[in-house]
Design a protein around this ligand. Structure first.
Ligand code: SF4
Ligand code: SF4
Length: 309
């Protein structure tokens, strides 16, 4: 008869996902690690507050007896999107990780079905998933600070959940850099903002294009205008990475934004004034919350393609 870990393994195998488990006793260590980065000046206060400020390093009140955290890595494809504007077709992408709803729901369903049938509960954990994944051994850091899940590359969505089941295995360990990175600098060479250093593992995250296009301020001069390559986020350091060669795939369907929808996006309309069909499309892409950044991001992409044609 299979134990709970084996049943979960076989269920996650069906969606090609991998998982590790840790005990919640390590959560203060996770928090301390992030605070150390801040205190050592490896990340700025602004970056810490914007990117790590939302994490909660203890179980929710709805699951006070949680004893384990499950961290899951699921392969995810690149989403291709097209915009029509002034009778011209523009194409761009949304990198893996931005679309989360469906994957999160699937993971929760698997965990709830397996653990629930044994009398245990499951709740989502709002934790620094990348750091947790590398500390649990689910993956390793690339030189680009992206988590490479063993056997799946970096095109993966991570999800974390609490449960009050105490897994027999505590996968906690030291974070590691991929071996392949010791003799490779391709991502550093490809990075348009030169934010991947050669003297430390942490990138200069507040110089990364992703940081800029996930924020509302105008792009600084350090971001070359022709570097924009996705509606949000940046793909350069992952697409050049040899460790991703066999994992790069697109979603089969390209999502289309009509002339009218593109025009609406570019107009910076308040969220509540967007047409229903556009709201639906953005929600489907899990980008409705990021809506405010999109007009500016789209504008620079259209300009780039227009200037190069
Ligand atoms: S491109 Fe090279 S250095 Fe960068 S993450 Fe991939 S293997 Fe590591
Ligand atoms: S996401 Fe883009 S800007 Fe950020 S490190 Fe990778 S290549 Fe550089």
């Amino acid at each position: 008869m299979q134990n709970i870990s084996e049943i979960l393994q076989s269920e996650f195998n069906k969606i090609n996902a991998k998982f590790k488990t840790i005990t919640i006793t390590h959560l203060p260590e996770l928090h301390t690690e992030l605070l150390t980065w801040l205190h050592d000046g490896l990340i700025s206060k602004k970056f810490y507050e914007q990117n790590y400020g939302q994490f909660i390093f203890h179980p929710p009140s709805t699951l006070p007896d949680a004893s384990s955290v499950v961290i899951i890595g699921i392969p995810q494809k690149v989403t291709r999107i097209e915009f029509f504007y002034n009778n011209i077709r523009y194409e761009t992408v949304i990198p893996p990780t931005y679309r989360f709803s469906q994957i999160r729901a699937t993971c929760k369903e698997i965990l709830t079905t397996v653990l629930g049938s044994k009398g245990y509960a499951v709740e989502r954990a709002i934790l620094p998933m990348k750091l947790l994944a590398v500390k649990s051994g689910l993956g390793k850091y690339g030189r680009n600070n992206i988590c490479y899940v063993d056997g799946l590359g970096s095109y993966t969505r991570l999800e974390t959940f609490y449960t009050n089941y105490s897994f027999p295995t505590d996968n906690w360990g030291e974070k590691q850099l991929m071996k392949a990175c010791t003799s490779c600098t391709l991502c550093r060479q490809a990075c348009p903002t030169h934010c991947i250093p050669d003297d430390r593992i942490l990138i200069h995250a507040d110089q990364c294009l992703t940081y800029f296009n996930e924020n509302l301020e105008e792009f600084p001069a350090s971001v070359p205008p022709d570097s924009h390559n996705a509606l949000i986020g940046c793909m350069y350091c992952q697409t050049v990475c040899p460790q991703n060669k066999k994992h790069f795939t697109y979603e089969p369907v390209t999502i289309t934004f009509t002339e009218e929808e593109t025009t609406c996006l570019l107009e910076n309309l308040p969220r509540e004034n967007l047409p229903e069909n556009l709201i639906k499309k953005l929600k489907n892409l899990d980008l409705f919350e990021d809506y405010l950044e999109l007009p500016r991001n789209l504008r620079v992409l259209l300009n780039k393609q227009h200037n190069s044609s």
